[in-house]
Design a protein around this ligand. Structure first.
Ligand SMILES: *Cc1c(COP(=O)(O)O)cnc(C)c1O
Length: 429
């Protein structure tokens, strides 16, 4: 056993892992572009962008330089009663990119805290207004993070059973699959009409953890319009969908819908440092202005506005202005579309789809309950042996690679998937 593995086994507790039965972790010691390099020299294509965060590829020089420069000037400073150039520059960048009516940026550390902050702001908004409201509305299958508030507005089940009795009340709308859209909108209208709903939170147009489930622009626009009519605040959780994952900078930009609050993280820093942002309209912000201190948003984290993370984010945003980034995103989008067409010819493949740089499909299994885990593990190991790090969600296989992935690298991934799908491994399921 290597020294790294020995030390890891002795001291480390890994996330989302049943340590007792899990295989030993990959030992990754380097990364460049779309590749991760293991201690034994083996290379793995990082086709899920290291948990969906690494948008530009690893070791991007511009981001590294920005972090080094920032460290020489200012590493970190308390953010209450203090400001600094990297944070204020980032706030301006993000407000301008999101467009009207976004106006103010609140800093935190990750996607879950960005959501947590948005929920607390929405609840306190109504409290400050003197009309407190007790309900939050979310979609079935939602994932908004792993802290308590974020868990409460997410899909109930398997992952959070032990905590369920501690969650606040949330109403869930069925997932809109097209056929049931009208029924769901009626249900939403009824709930909104009760006047108790503080906020609606959604992942715009595509749910990530639920298995890259796509729903229609029309549904989102109608749901948001209903919320507006009934004075319900709208929160867009763009933690997964932001930073061109769906082809546009933000998923909501495929629609005419706008929200009151937007949550950002993951690709925000190019995926190299943790940072979360909750961006709000002037009307949300101004509800907290008062001579009373208790009306302020009394929330913060030790690392709020961390200067290194802000510098990385500013550098990442600059990279989006580089024409080669857009070319890569467009190329990836087209290649995924072509591969989806190819996938349609396979019996074993269900609902192949793509949305910008995301590609997903389900493997048809005869026994829905028992084999999910097995199929997941088989694909995972099969791809790993072929130098591709791909983590399926149950029987949903998906790709969301760094945009710098080359055509040749993509061919390797597509070829490996194709050979898995046509292999005995899947036919025997
Ligand atoms: C990943 C994710 C989160 C949580 O972000 P963390 O940084 O993992 O806490 C929240 N919302 C969505 C949509 C996500 O995909």
């Amino acid at each position: 056993m290597s020294e790294l593995r020995e030390r890891d086994e002795k001291y480390v507790w890994h996330p989302f892992t049943q340590v007792k039965t899990a295989a030993p972790p990959l030992e990754i010691i380097r990364a460049e572009g779309a590749s991760l390099i293991a201690a034994d020299g083996k290379r793995y294509l990082d086709v899920n962008s290291s948990w969906w965060v690494n948008v530009h590829g690893h070791g991007k020089k511009e981001i590294g330089d920005a972090i080094r420069r920032q460290f020489d000037d200012l590493d970190h400073v308390i953010f209450a009663d203090v400001t600094h150039p990297a944070a204020s520059e980032l706030a301006e960048n993000v407000v301008k990119l999101l467009g009207k009516p976004m106006s103010k940026v609140f800093f935190s550390d990750n996607g879950s805290t960005a959501v947590e902050v948005a929920l607390k702001m929405a609840i306190q908004y109504w409290h400050n207004a003197g009309t407190p409201k007790k309900q939050i509305l979310a979609l079935d299958g939602a994932y908004h993070g792993d802290t308590f508030g974020a868990m409460a507005v997410g899909q109930r089940g398997f992952f959070n059973v032990p905590f369920e009795s501690f969650f606040f009340h949330v109403d869930f709308l069925e997932f809109p699959d097209g056929d049931n859209d009208r029924k769901i909108l009626e249900k939403a209208q009824q709930l909104f009409a009760l006047g108790e709903c503080a906020a609606l939170i959604v992942e715009p147009l595509i749910q990530g953890s639920a298995g890259m489930r796509i729903y229609s622009v029309d549904f989102l626009e109608r749901l948001v319009a209903l919320a507006r009519q009934h004075d319900v605040l709208v929160i867009f959780d763009e933690v997964m969908t932001g930073w061109c994952r769906t082809g546009k900078l933000f998923a909501f930009q495929h629609t005419d819908a706008v929200s009151d609050l937007v949550c950002l993280s993951k690709g925000l820093t190019g995926g190299v440092l943790p940072l979360g942002l909750t961006v709000v309209t002037e009307s949300i912000f101004s509800r907290f202005l008062s001579d009373e201190k208790v009306q302020a948003f009394l929330h913060g984290h030790s690392f709020t506005g961390n200067a290194l993370a802000c510098a990385a984010a500013n550098a990442s945003i600059s990279l989006f202005k580089d024409p080669s980034t857009k070319e890569n995103i467009d190329r990836l989008t087209r290649r995924h579309q072509a591969f989806v067409e190819m996938l349609k010819t396979f019996e074993a493949v269900q609902n192949p789809r793509s949305f910008g740089t995301i590609l997903a499909f389900e493997l048809r299994t005869t026994d829905a309950s028992g084999y999910f885990a097995q199929v997941r593990d088989r694909v995972y190991l099969y791809m790993l042996e072929r130098g591709v790090l791909l983590r399926p969600l149950g029987n949903t296989i998906y790709l969301n690679p760094p945009y710098c992935i080359t055509d040749k690298e993509l061919d390797r991934v597509y070829d490996a998937l194709r050979s898995f799908i046509s292999s005995e491994l899947v036919n025997n399921i």
